[in-house]
Design a protein around this ligand. Structure first.
Ligand SMILES: [Zn+2]
Length: 264
């Protein structure tokens, strides 16, 4: 008689989301460097006596040993590699981390290798933990996530005629076409959103510069907000839906802005 033997494997992983199952179990959605997204079960982890329960938190890089199961694979050992503890206390950074994790969740298929996305999310969490401004970090992440999925925004030349974008032209931002459209083409009627030259320059900075250099730029709030809306629309187009965590992130941020205004 053939007796199936559980096969163990080791992986690093970041917890993207989780929900409770039964009395003490938890189902985790993990992002891993080499196996893409995994949905696994962690048994008994909601009991105070669980040896691994305390390790299986979001926003940490974990080292896991997992046993292949019939429906779900099962976590058998867990330890924390990178904890990234600092940003959890800052509400906007924590809300941004949920947003970045949700985008990764939508971007990666189960059991499909996704090393670039894993590396991007890992670096983003590290930078958030180091105190990087969450807004610029989120834009950098959106740009590079689209790139990692083979849909890098075109910000150097016109998406339609491949012509050089002249500084005095009236550009439009058309995510459905992949980037910037020059004024020579009518464009889809629903996508007639203009793009200022300063916003185009900032989009190019996201294409050309590393995040450390972008974080050091002095930028007008209007330009940042224009690029925020442009890149959010772009990533929504790439992933084919709006992130659920965005409403919470905006609420947290607007609340913070109001408090600062009230104080000054
Ligand atoms: Zn053109």
């Amino acid at each position: 008689m053939h007796v199936p033997v559980p096969r163990l494997y080791k992986t690093q992983a970041i917890v993207l989301s989780r929900f409770d199952l039964g009395e003490a179990d938890r189902v985790l959605t993990l992002l891993t460097p080499h196996d893409g997204k995994l949905r696994v079960i962690a048994k008994g982890v909601r009991r105070p006596t669980s040896r691994i329960g305390g390790s299986l938190e979001p926003f940490a890089e974990l080292h896991l040993v997992i046993a292949r199961g019939r429906t779900f694979d099962v976590v058998t050992q867990a330890s924390v590699g990178e904890a990234w503890l600092c940003f959890r206390d800052r509400l906007e950074s924590a809300a941004t981390a949920w947003y970045l994790g949700e985008l990764a969740d939508r971007a990666v298929e189960e059991r499909a290798a996704a090393y670039p996305v894993y590396a991007l999310l890992r670096r983003a969490f590290q930078l958030l933990d180091d105190g990087m401004a969450p807004g610029r970090l989120a834009r950098w992440y959106e740009f590079n996530l689209a790139d990692a999925l083979g849909m890098r925004p075109e910000v150097e030349r016109c998406v339609e005629c491949d012509g050089t974008l002249e500084p005095n032209d009236a550009f439009r931002w058309v995510p459905a076409l992949g980037g910037v459209l020059c004024s020579r083409h009518p464009g889809p009627p629903a996508e007639q959103v203009g793009l200022s030259l300063d916003a185009l320059k900032l989009l190019r900075a996201y294409r050309r510069l590393d995040i450390e250099a972008i974080a050091a730029l002095r930028l007008a709030a209007t330009v940042e907000s224009e690029v925020e809306s442009a890149l959010r629309r772009f990533i929504r187009h790439v992933l084919e839906r709006e992130a659920r965590s965005l409403a919470f992130l905006d609420e947290v941020r607007d609340h913070g802005t109001r408090r600062m205004t009230a104080r000054s």
